[in-house]
Write a protein of this length. Structure first.
Length: 380
């Protein structure tokens, strides 16, 4: 027996959950298909949980700022705290990159978001670091962290209260156009809908292939390391050494840290790559030498997947040449940061025909066909 909906959302992470809620809120019948046994257990649960407005492209600033504002007022709207804590993001800018980060600050200020340029002495009041080779720092006082798992579950609960139906352990096996809509085969039977929203995270490329077309989204493993207790951890902002890509932040009495491996191949590689710990620490200790006093908590460290695109920016909106298919994919580590706003704009895209609140044209799929990649510099 086929189950029929107006819209099927593939994936119940934070992005898919936000989209499902906003669609249900607009009065559509929504089915959410999640491959895992429980929702929000993949990249959402394994995120470093940061949210920030410090991007260099206006569209990313807008999506992130709208999301932060929703997370800030989340409990009033959803009855559940988002866990939002404005601990701040600090970018330590090396000499030679001053112009790029001054330009990014100009974009942020033009969008009316809180972003500041700090001299190194002022930046050092927030976190101790070796200033060698640095020019200045940028500071986002509204940047911080949330509880992505709690937020995703709150969106799902709100969606279900509006009539949406969640199906777990229900991966998409095949999808094809049929009778003016989409027919989707799963282990739990067939589903039919006029529109499919692909919010499958690291699996988005595979979902597209099962629907008969290619989407440039691939999984890439990322590691997050955790120290043992350390006095310096209390209140540490999320601090990024731009020169090396190393980042850290306080997590209670511990320090969470990481660094993206540029040589990590695409694919579903599993488990911790402990060999990447040494180059990560080498970069970290060169800027934050006090980290040497911290022991590593191997059991508290973890790994997960980024869903990356060729320009490390998301693909949003209708898929050209594939009727009734909407992309919410390829966030390249920024899904948690932008999920709230993406939920709203993609509900507009489906119900109204086009996103209205925020212009997502720079992030549409056709940018790759037209050779105009998004030149976002603030990728962590």
């Amino acid at each position: 027996m086929e189950r029929t909906f107006d819209v099927i959302v593939i994936g119940a992470g934070i992005v898919g959950s936000a989209v499902a809620f906003r669609l249900a809120e607009r009065g559509l019948q929504v089915g959410v298909l999640e491959a895992a046994p429980v929702p929000a257990a993949q990249a959402t649960a394994k995120s470093a949980a940061g949210v920030r407005v410090q991007f260099s492209e206006a569209v990313n600033v807008r999506l992130s700022w709208a999301s932060i504002q929703e997370y800030r007022d989340f409990e009033e709207a959803f009855g559940v705290s988002s866990g939002y804590r404005p601990i701040g993001y600090l970018f330590l800018v090396p000499r030679g990159m001053e112009a790029a980060y001054e330009a990014a600050l100009a974009v942020q200020r033009a969008e009316g978001v809180p972003a500041l340029r700090l001299d190194l002495e002022e930046a050092a009041r927030r976190v101790a670091f070796d200033p060698e080779g640095l020019a200045f720092a940028t500071w986002g006082p509204a940047d911080g962290v949330i509880d992505p798992h709690a937020v995703a579950h709150a969106y799902l609960a709100a969606a279900r209260s509006q009539g949406a139906v969640l199906y777990t352990e229900t991966p998409l096996l095949e999808a094809r156009r049929e009778r003016g809509g989409w027919w989707v085969r799963t282990p739990r039977g067939a589903f039919v809908a006029g529109v499919v929203v692909n919010a499958a995270g690291a699996w988005a490329g595979e979902v597209a292939r099962r629907a008969g077309f290619e989407l440039p989204v691939a999984p890439v493993r990322r590691m997050v390391f955790m120290t043992g207790p350390l006095p310096e951890a209390q209140g540490l902002p999320l601090s990024v050494d731009v020169a090396t890509g190393f980042y850290l932040r306080g997590e209670g009495e511990r320090v969470l840290f990481g660094r993206s491996n540029p040589d990590e191949p695409h694919g579903f590689r599993e488990g911790m790559d402990w060999g990447w710990l040494e180059p990560t620490l080498e970069a970290g200790l060169s800027r934050f030498p006090w980290l040497e006093r911290a022991g590593l908590d191997h059991r508290a460290s973890w790994w997960g997947y980024y869903a990356v695109t060729p320009d490390h920016n998301p693909i949003l909106g209708w898929m050209p040449g594939v009727e009734g298919w909407v992309n919410a994919v390829g966030f390249s580590g920024h899904g948690v940061q932008q999920a709230a706003a993406v939920g709203r704009v993609l509900a507009e895209e489906v119900v109204d025909g086009r996103a209205r609140t925020i212009d997502i044209d720079p992030l549409r799929y056709d940018r790759f066909e037209q050779g105009r990649k998004v030149q976002e510099q603030n990728i962590v």
